[in-house]
Design a protein around this ligand. Structure first.
Ligand code: PA5
Length: 346
């Protein structure tokens, strides 16, 4: 695949989300409605991000979702919590470790995978009992399956009785994403994602996020810049960053040209945080080659979070194009997984 293999997948995000309802059709056995108020999502990388993006939407519905990027499980994961196991490949070892423990501990579990051991063991009960797994379309880079995975997560939580129907929120998100495709899809100089990509090229990107709706998009942008644009980035959240990050630039000031700042602004900013953005930029804006602000669009937390995700997805593809790198392969991730499986060392 090449850049022309990733860009259509970014453009397909609204279609993937819109079509995700169908993924629930084959859900077998159907999860028993349990109305869990606490949800633990075990996943890594491109499969975990659906949880970060869904968090503010779920919080509005009174559901506390914890994203667990670790081996094992937190001690509070018991029969009262729903454990959602997300692995696009179905073979990610951290997620499988949590999966086996959750099944053994009697937690209600729901899997989301395109194949692998997670899908197989859910169906055949090989870990002690069968559990429902939502099967995602196979053959995609995991991070390009976000629309499928997020739709499966929301639909699965609805099927489990954790939330009401996500249909209206999804439709609002799809509408804003379709507008985004028209605005951000064409590779033309007036496209803001193209313009910002050029300014980030060859630099270390720092991502500041201003509210819960933006925090998940910040984690996504960091990972997309890493994996698609093969470039370094980190993401850090307001208001916390005002208590440490702003002090950390002094020594690197002579190299300010090597750093660029992107601020992702959610629609749910606390008024004091909005004040902090201006004050923070007054203090640290000069430490960066360029500072770019991107505001969320649309109605409701899901639409707004996804509008920021989509901007970043396009941005990372345009960075890859400008850098002349192929956004699709993630050779080091593959090599690392192979080595830990006992295969070829990188
Ligand atoms: O984007 C990627 O390829 C990675 O971040 C993967 O998502 C991550 O390694 C986890 O794999 P999986 O999504 O198959 O569980």
């Amino acid at each position: 695949m090449s850049l022309d293999g990733m860009l259509p997948l970014v453009t397909a995000l609204p279609d993937h989300l819109a079509g995700s309802e169908r993924l629930l059709d084959g859900l077998s056995p159907r999860p028993a409605p349990a109305a869990p108020r606490r949800v633990l999502l075990c996943g890594m990388g491109g499969s975990a991000i659906a949880g970060d993006v869904a968090r503010p939407f779920l919080a509005r519905q009174g559901v506390d979702l914890t994203v667990w990027r670790e081996y094992d499980l937190p001690s509070w994961a018991d029969a009262s919590a729903l454990v959602v196991l997300c692995s696009y490949s179905g073979d990610t070892e951290e997620t499988l470790t949590g999966a086996r423990l959750a099944v053994a501990a009697g937690c209600p579990v729901l899997g989301i995978a395109s194949g692998g051991e997670l899908l197989a063991r859910g169906r055949d009960g090989g870990w002690g009992r069968p559990f429902p797994v939502i099967a995602l379309p196979a053959g995609l880079p995991p991070r390009a399956a976000l629309g499928h995975g997020l739709g499966a997560l929301l639909g699965g939580l609805h099927a489990c009785g954790a939330i009401g129907s996500p249909a209206a929120a999804s439709a609002a998100a799809v509408a804003v994403l379709r507008e985004g495709v028209a605005r951000l899809g064409p590779d033309v100089p007036e496209n803001p994602a193209v313009r910002i990509a050029r300014s980030l090229l060859g630099r270390f990107t720092v991502v500041y996020t201003t509210s819960p709706e933006a925090h998940g998009a910040g984690a996504r942008l960091k990972a997309q810049i890493n994996e698609n644009a093969k470039s370094p980035a980190y993401a850090v959240a307001l208001p916390e960053l005002d208590h440490n990050d702003i002090v950390g630039w002094e020594v690197l000031r002579p190299r300010r040209d090597a750093f660029a700042l992107v601020i992702l602004r959610g629609g749910d900013e606390h008024p004091r945080t909005a004040l902090r953005v201006a004050a923070t930029l007054d203090l640290v804006g000069g430490e960066f080659h360029a500072v770019h602000e991107i505001g969320a669009r649309g109605d409701g937390p899901l639409a707004r979070s996804l509008s920021l995700v989509q901007f970043g997805d396009y941005l990372s593809c345009y960075m890859a194009r400008a850098a002349g790198v192929d956004p699709v392969p993630v050779a080091r991730i593959d090599a690392l997984k192979a080595r830990l499986r006992g295969g070829t060392a990188p």
